[in-house]
Design a protein around this ligand. Structure first.
Ligand SMILES: Nc1ccn([C@@H]2O[C@H](COP(=O)(O)OP(=O)(O)OP(=O)(O)O)[C@@H](O)[C@H]2O)c(=O)n1
Ligand SMILES: O=P(O)(O)OC[C@@H](O)[C@@H](O)[C@@H](O)CO
Length: 440
């Protein structure tokens, strides 16, 4: 078993699970002073995904799927330790992911030949004294598939709270298809009444002693062919799990279509806030403010927040801390890219783009009656080299030229077109377009 990343330092011990910063709105019951750990089985080969890379390591926005699941669990401050079970050949890759994405509280164990065996290996790591790894036996253990990235604190708290009372608990969802039982000759033997049955999902939670005892007493057949931890608790510890209604997002990435769906969900979630950066406070009439108004009216489902680069970007640093991944930088200075360059420096100094690609749209207004388009384009060609450079830091830099016109209607049309282009760049995050100059 490997500790978390060297120098990764352990965050302050989250200690017993109380309502943490994120859990503030999920006040845990006063009696729920428990040490909670999580085991993530991640030792599969992803055969149904149909690609050489095991699906837990398949990239979403150039980041492995498992990193999103780790991030989801790390956000829950009352989970003290997270144990990931990966195959021996993937332990180094797993450690690199932990290091690169700065995951904390993660320990890695070797997976088994089946999911149950991988889970059992994770439980053993928690049960045995590992003084050098600071792993301690928890009162409650969460079991969650590493390929279910969309797990929120509320359902984790529900299953843990229910496990403390019942000994075991698991998230369930309504069945989408009816379950049928085939006869030996391949015909319908019976069907289950769909409304009276549920699909068993993850996360699940158990009193540690219950599930550990179940695995210790488990038959080889169950370890080899079983798929349901709740059933082990029932069969070997006579513990009836409490079933907790889960959200639709608890689904497991199994087929390639699930990766596409996961990427779309992630893109949608990180596109909800756009920061428009311009240093035109003293000039309310500046066309940049008109662009801000059009962005607000055309993208009314998105929060448009103003940012300014003056005062060393103090306001921007706060916005960066609040996890905004989309910046529209209106360049008003005479030298074409002064603001964009300042913004990119700020972003490069932050760790914002470690987890998600950050979009920067460098906006330039120009009046082709005053400046020939060819000359303007020539002035802006530096963006290609700059974009190549910042792409290494997971920053996607695009250029947008908006035609300025004294004619109010023409200007509004250009601004609307510019808004459509900005929305598309943010939504798609297409790395193939970085460094390009688009014209509205
Ligand atoms: N020997 C195994 C097999 C599976 N798993 C993990 O159990 C979770 C759910 O299993 P599943 O979706 O079946 O994953 P795979 O077995 O990889 O998929 P497939 O059945 O398509 O090969 C996954 O995170 C998978 O990595 C595991 O830890 N050890
Ligand atoms: O059977 P799979 O390995 O695809 O999935 C494992 C579990 O996620 C699955 O069995 C759930 O129903 C929860 O037990």
């Amino acid at each position: 078993m490997e500790p978390g990343p060297p120098g990764g330092g352990r965050p302050h011990e989250p200690g017993p699970f109380l309502s943490g910063p994120r859990g503030a709105d999920l006040a845990a019951p006063a009696s729920s002073l428990s040490v909670v750990a999580a085991v993530l089985p991640a030792g599969g080969c992803g055969e149904r995904m149909g690609v050489p890379t095991p699906k837990q390591f398949c990239p979403i926005l150039e980041r492995p799927l498992i990193s999103y699941t780790l991030q989801a669990l790390e956000r829950v401050c009352w989970i003290k330790d997270i144990v990931v079970a990966v195959t021996g050949e993937n332990i180094e890759a797993m450690k690199s992911i932990i290091q690169k994405y700065q995951h904390k509280r993660i320990s890695v164990v070797e997976a088994g030949m089946t999911r149950h065996r991988s889970i059992f290996n994770g439980l053993k790591a928690l049960a045995e004294e590992q003084p050098n790894l600071q792993l301690s036996k928890p009162e409650v253990v969460i079991i969650h598939d590493a390929v279910r990235p969309f797990v929120e604190e509320d359902v984790l708290l529900k299953v843990v709270t229910a496990a403390k009372e019942h000994g075991a608990a698991g998230a369930v969802r309504p069945l989408v298809s009816t379950v049928i039982g085939p006869s030996a000759d391949g015909c319908l033997d019976h069907s289950l009444e769909r409304a009276r049955h549920r699909a068993s999902e993850m996360p699940q939670a158990f009193l540690f002693d219950v599930i550990y005892k179940a695995y210790q007493q488990c038959s080889d057949y169950d370890l080899e062919f079983g798929t349901e931890c709740l059933q082990l608790a029932l069969k070997y510890c006579h513990t009836k799990a409490k079933l907790v209604e889960g959200s639709p997002d608890l689904w497991k990435v199994t087929y390639k279509r699930d990766l596409y769906a996961a990427e779309s969900i992630i893109k949608e979630r990180i596109s909800q806030v756009i920061c428009i950066v311009m240093d035109t406070k003293e000039n309310k009439e500046h066309v940049g403010h008109l662009l801000e108004e059009v962005l607000k009216s055309e993208l009314n489902h998105v929060k448009i927040t103003p940012g300014t680069l003056c005062h060393a970007g103090k306001g921007l640093q706060q916005i960066i801390l609040e996890q905004c991944y989309n910046f529209v930088c209106v360049n008003v200075m005479s030298s074409d890219f002064q603001e964009t360059q300042k913004l990119l420096s700020l972003l490069e100094e932050s760790n914002l783009s470690i987890l998600y690609p950050v979009v920067v749209v460098s906006v330039h207004f120009f009046d082709f009656k005053l400046v020939p388009l060819s000359q303007k384009m020539e002035n802006l060609m530096w963006i290609r080299e700059f974009a190549k450079e910042v792409k290494k830091r997971n920053i996607l830099l695009y250029g947008l030229l908006i035609c300025y016109s004294q004619d109010e209607q023409k200007l509004q049309e250009s601004l609307r077109q510019g808004t459509i282009i900005i929305a598309a760049l943010i939504k798609e995050r297409n790395s193939g377009l970085v460094g390009q100059l688009l014209v509205a």
